[in-house]
Design a protein around this ligand. Structure first.
Ligand SMILES: *Cc1c(COP(=O)(O)O)cnc(C)c1O
Length: 363
């Protein structure tokens, strides 16, 4: 143990990340836009982008120009795609640095066209189509007209078209309808060949449905080792393991409260281990009382009472657990989606919620 080890850290397995990319490619059978928004789902934006860039992916998908800047400034040359709408103030930089925006409104398109004209370039953009997500893009009926209008903007190269599935991990019938709708849109505006890039699928779409006329896919979650379709046979490798250590072990008498609100009270003498991690690290407080466990010395132990900001307590009665022992809160042995379910949320939120205090260790 180093002199002053972190109380909580996240081990990030980069070879697992590469393998998951390979699995995504195999399952999709087309090119990949790796979604690395929100600090690569909490795994560390620059580090993850460098590894994925070395695997020759077509694009990175990011949420905003701040993330685009961080990737580009890290020396990564892979094309960068902005997954959401942009503000006017952000657009000069987008044009100057050749990032690829998706277009949701004609005003936005005209502004990009003007900026590209001023720089003497033709900016590559993708059209965003709203097939039911309700978050951005043109609704299908507007598209023929929109396409005509865009044809009059000479400094825009409409090289791509994309849409987003809202329920690919929870509603099969609706998803099939939305995919059919998107394919119909493609054909109504000149056929898929008109666009260099056609994309639709997130991880769940990619695993559960075919690509249709698409030639690009946008996985996020599955790259980080979690399948959004729990029953799916795809083999993904765990990437992040959230770890901590036992800071203290005591035996409390029967009838003793543990943690805030004394929501748990011992019924017998109990060997209680205090672990150096809490909701201040992003381990969700909402698991309290819902059967969450910690993995120590090869087995699971139940959490007792509420998760506090920096510490939580575990029942290690009848075990040889010692102070200083390493603890896995999620990872190989307790998958993050199990923790998410016990916290009443989704794996995406847990991963992106791991706070900066947690040191990321890459291997
Ligand atoms: C976040 C996001 C994705 C990736 O979704 P996963 O479910 O994590 O695979 C793909 N496309 C868009 C537009 C997104 O916002």
């Amino acid at each position: 143990m180093p002199i002053s080890p972190p109380r909580a850290w996240a081990e990030i397995d980069l070879s697992a990340l590469r393998e998951n990319l390979r699995s995504a490619r195999e399952a999709a059978g087309c090119e990949v836009m790796a979604v690395v928004k929100a600090g690569a789902y909490g795994h560390g934006l620059e580090e993850i982008a460098k590894v994925l860039a070395s695997e020759q992916i077509a694009f990175f998908g990011v949420a905003n120009v701040g993330e685009a800047r961080r990737i580009a400034d890290a020396g990564v040359e892979t094309r960068i795609y902005l997954l959401g709408a942009t503000w006017a103030e952000e657009r000069p930089e987008i044009v100057a640095r050749g990032w690829t925006p998706c277009i949701s409104a004609l005003d936005e398109a005209r502004h990009f066209n003007d900026l590209a004209f001023m720089r003497g370039v033709r900016l590559k953009v993708h059209l965003s189509v709203d097939i039911g997500m309700g978050r951005g893009g043109f609704v299908a009926d507007q598209l023929p007209e929109v396409i005509d209008e865009l044809g009059g903007l000479p400094n825009l190269d409409i090289e791509g078209i994309g849409a987003h599935l809202p329920s690919a991990d929870e509603n099969e019938a609706q998803t099939h309808e939305q995919i059919a709708k998107y394919m119909a849109v493609l054909h109504s505006i000149g056929g898929p060949e008109r666009f260099r890039w056609r994309h639709l699928c997130n991880s769940a779409g990619l695993l559960g449905y075919g690509q249709g006329d698409c030639n690009l896919t946008r996985p996020g979650l599955m790259l980080y080792g979690i399948s959004p379709l729990p029953g799916h046979p795809v083999q993904l490798k765990n990437v992040m393991s959230l770890k901590s250590r036992v800071t203290l072990i005591r035996t409390l008498p029967a009838g003793h409260g543990v943690s805030y609100g004394s929501a748990f009270v011992t019924t017998k003498p109990t060997r209680v281990a205090t672990i150096g991690i809490g909701y201040g690290d992003g381990y969700p407080r909402h698991v309290s009382g819902n059967g969450a466990e910690a993995f120590i010395r090869g087995r699971r132990f139940p959490l007792l009472g509420r998760v506090t900001m920096d510490q939580l307590m575990v029942d290690v009665s009848d075990s040889d657990v010692e102070e200083g022992d390493e603890v896995e809160m999620f990872g190989e042995n307790i998958r993050v989606d199990e923790v998410a379910a016990k916290a009443g949320t989704i794996a995406w939120e847990i991963l992106t919620g791991i706070t900066p205090r947690v040191v990321r260790v890459y291997a």
